[in-house]
Design a protein around this ligand. Structure first.
Ligand code: HEC
Length: 476
């Protein structure tokens, strides 16, 4: 018996009508937005500190004081809470994925966490003592804060971009080849530009709230803060550069292969374009003064663009969480064949919730297979609910389309269990579709199992997409 590459079975938590991915996604978007605000905010403050020190904009001091308090409150507190929340949800939902990410990038995480601590210490020291310290010392603190904040982006960016384009690591196993992968630089440049943009827009909101400062002074501050919006100008080119590094099948999801993905990309592009046009023509060229509601609207557009962008980044990895390595349900590509022989849930020790609802062992087996292989992306009756998707399908259609799962939709992984497990899953789904009766007859013939086996062999164990460049030949 070949050893399985990773430990597969962990307690599974279900999140009701929401898909687990939506939970991580929602939290992730908020976290990324705040984290990027913290980075851009630091750089913006260095600049305003310099404007204040050199006497160019005396009012910059008042801005610094208030803006930083907001930055501390929002990005430290909510940012840190959502960061912990990300770990809390991902260890429940994608245990093996997080496990592998820590395994491969142990020291990178350690470096990132160290920088985060430096960021918090420098930031807090400034917050607490800046009125007592010299201008030079304050500048020093802000520079340390900003470098540490941007530095933590640098390190985490390598890990996140590796999930999508781990090419070098797949070939050589080298951590650095994985870290400096093909989407590393475009993603870093892109995120840095986004950070500057968010910081600038939030500053415009904040300056509007400085009621003790008169309008002429506020206008000066807004014009200065808006300078950071120049970062939006190269964004279309950087965005295209970033997209060009996506693997071909991921690109095909975006070009209509997956409607949801295409829509979210359109949202990201639409929101950034509107924002960019207003920023460049209104704020930078015509030097318009913007009031608080316009500024808030622009922040909301930036949030929409971030949300669309993050959704796309997470979504285009399908059917993988780590390309060429772990499928989205945490099953390793190289283990699929083995699980088809020994059974995917044979060794799953965790009991089913509501076990008494399943009137026989076969139905319970189907429920376990669903929990292990499908529930990372589907619910039964809620979001992306299988009972809606398969409502009109016959048992044979279910058998065929699940055995050929990666061909049914190329962003799903291949089925990774025995023909008997697949048949149990079909039974389970059909039973759910007829309203979960107390008892329900189900017939399986040897012929059915043979056909399933044949379809599984035909589908193979690789991803469904023909254009996948990372496809390793795992047989099948
Ligand atoms: C990587 C995430 C993922 C996993 C894992 C996954 N699916 Fe899907 N599946 C999707 C997405 C996304 C869709 C598209 C839904 C849509 O078209 O609205 C889908 C669609 C489907 C459909 C409808 C296909 C069609 O042609 O209309 C079926 C049936 C289905 N999945 C069954 C399963 C089963 C059974 C499993 C577990 C063995 C599974 N899926 C695992 C993401 C996944």
């Amino acid at each position: 018996m070949t050893e399985l590459f990773i430990h597969y079975y962990y307690p599974v938590n279900e999140f009701g009508p929401a898909m687990p991915g939506m939970l991580i996604g929602g939290l992730g978007i908020l976290h990324v937005f705040l984290a990027q605000f913290a980075i851009g905010g630091g750089l913006l403050m260095c600049w305003f500190q310099w404007l204040a020190m050199t006497g160019r904009v005396p009012k910059a001091r008042e801005f610094l004081d208030g803006y930083f308090k907001g930055l501390v409150l929002i990005s430290f507190v909510i940012g840190a809470l959502t960061g912990v929340g990300m770990w809390f949800t991902s260890v429940q939902i994608g245990t093996s994925t997080i496990g592998l990410m820590i395994d491969v990038f142990h020291w990178v995480w350690a470096t990132e966490w160290t920088l985060f601590c430096v960021e918090i210490i420098a930031g807090y020291t400034f917050y607490r003592y800046h009125t007592h310290l010299s201008d030079k010392a304050n500048m020093g603190l802000l520079v340390v804060y900003s470098l540490a904040a941007w530095g933590s982006l640098f390190w985490i960016n390598g890990i996140l971009s590796w999930q999508l384009t781990p090419n070098g690591w797949l070939d050589s196993g080298s951590v650095w080849a994985g870290f400096f992968n093909s989407s590393f630089w475009p993603s870093l440049v892109y995120r840095t530009a986004v950070s500057l943009t968010i910081a600038s827009l939030v500053a415009c909101v904040f300056i509007n709230l400085m009621k003790d400062t008169d309008v002429a002074d506020r206008r000066v501050l807004i014009n200065r803060a808006a300078q950071f919006l120049w970062a939006m100008v190269p964004m279309p080119v950087v965005g295209l550069w970033y997209l060009a590094t996506f693997p071909p099948d991921s690109q095909s999801w975006l070009q209509g292969g997956s409607i949801a993905m295409t829509l979210f990309l359109a949202l990201a592009i639409g929101a950034s374009t509107l924002l960019g046009l207003y920023a460049v023509f209104g704020l930078l060229i015509r030097r318009l003064y913007i009031n608080v509601s316009t500024a808030l609207l622009l922040v909301a557009l930036a949030f929409g663009a971030t949300a669309g962008g993050e959704f796309v980044r997470e979504g285009v990895r399908k059917p993988y969480t780590i390309r060429g390595t772990l499928y989205s349900n945490s099953i390793r590509e190289g283990d699929v064949q083995h699980l088809r022989e020994i059974g995917s849930v044979t060794n799953d020790p965790y009991p089913l919730r509501d076990a008494s609802a399943y009137f026989n062992a076969n139905l319970a087996l189907g429920a376990k297979v669903y929990r292990f292989q499908c529930s990372p992306c589907h619910t039964l009756e809620g979001a992306n609910g299988l009972s809606h998707l398969t409502a009109t399908w016959s048992a044979d259609q279910l058998r065929h389309n699940i055995a050929m799962l990666q061909r049914t939709k190329a962003f799903m992984p291949p089925f990774a269990g025995t023909p008997e497990e697949l048949e149990a899953l079909v039974f389970f789904l059909s039973w759910v579709n007829v309203g979960r009766p107390d008892v329900w007859p189900w017939e399986t013939t040897d012929e059915d199992l043979n056909r399933i086996r044949h379809w599984l062999d035909e589908a193979g164990t690789g991803p469904g997409s023909e254009v996948d460049v990372y496809r390793s030949n795992t047989g099948g």
